[in-house]
Each structure stands twice: as C-alpha cells, then as structure tokens.
Ligand binder design. Sequence first.
Ligand code: IMP
Ligand code: MG
Length: 183
Amino acid sequence: MKKHHVDILISEQDVRSRIAELGQEITNFYQHKNIHTPLVVVGLLRGSFMFMADLVREIHLPVEIDFMTTSSYGNAMNSNHDVRISKDLDGDIKGKHVLIVEDIIDTGRTLKHVVELLKHRQAASVKVVTLLDKPERREEAIEADYVGVQVPNKFVVGYGLDFKQFYRNLPCIGVLKPEFYED
Ligand code: IMP
Ligand code: MG
C-alpha cells in the first residue's frame, strides 16, 4: 500500500456510505419506473471496477452486468480528444434500460461519446452514475444523473482510479502528492 503517497480526500468508510445512498436512489428510481427487463449496468473499465462491484450490491433489482473499455490517448494526467472503444459490450442493449457506471467525469468527453453510442444502439434509456465529478474541468455539456462526490480540480487516485496504472487498489480516494508525479 502506498497510502503515504496521497492526501486522503474521501475515506474508505465515506466512500462506502455514499455508495449505499446511491444504490438506494437508483433502486427507488427504477422501481418507480416499473421496467420489465433487467437493468443493464455497464461499467467503464478499468477505473470503475471497484465502484461497480460495490454499487451493484446496493442495487436491489434484477441486473445484467456488462463492461466497456474506453481509452483516450494522452499522457498520464490529461486525455486528448480522441475517445476509442478498445473493448465493446458483450451483450445487445437494444430496447433495454442502461445505467453507465463511471469512476470520474473530467472533461466529459468519454461519457459524451459512450452515451451517444448507446443511444444510437437504441437503448430504452441511458442514465449515468459517477462516483466522482470534477465540474471545473468540463469541456462537454454533459452531467451524470447520479453523482457520488464532487471533487476539486486535482488529480485523484485510489478506489479504482490510477496514475500510470498504480494506486487502483487503495481503498480510499486521495490526492496524489506532487513529488510522486513530478520527475
Ligand atoms: P474525461 O473523458 O476527460 O471525462 O475523462 C474521464 C476519464 O479520465 C476517467 O474515466 C478517468 O479514467 C480519467 N481521469 C480523469 N481525471 C482523473 C483523475 O483525477 N484521476 C485518475 N483518472 C482520471
Ligand atoms: Mg475511466
């Protein structure tokens, strides 16, 4: 564990309790909507894997699970404009209600691309839940339907989020200290 590399922003316990609240809100919403097909929960890899695992245990509805891997080629801290799907969904979502699970919305480019794609494939509805939201960085007009926690314009790691593939296994969310990303 590299806990000394970060300043803790959201503790493990606070992450867990916020996710329980999100799960409750999501359960209530779809229960009211009275949908007749399983909700398809789509995790965007790799960052959302831990959030996805905890969140679905708090959603008390029949769900299907699927994953998509998106990549935006840039450097470690800034993505560029080009969003690509490097692993697509395994299942067909036509006519199904879809909930996209994202780790963090930064510029909003990834999410805009994925939402448009899934709508184009004729999902019955597309909603988004993100654990973290960094609104100051937004470049596309897009918001999640459910937001765990708003974070300041700082690079965060842990609970699935990485810096150069490290720190994903931290159980909390932290701000990476500058001495660990500056050369
Ligand atoms: P967007 O397309 O700019 O909204 O970027 C979204 C993706 O960039 C997220 O799914 C993350 O994988 C990554 N990302 C953005 N900000 C951070 C951060 O502070 N820490 C780690 N990954 C981040
Ligand atoms: Mg991501």
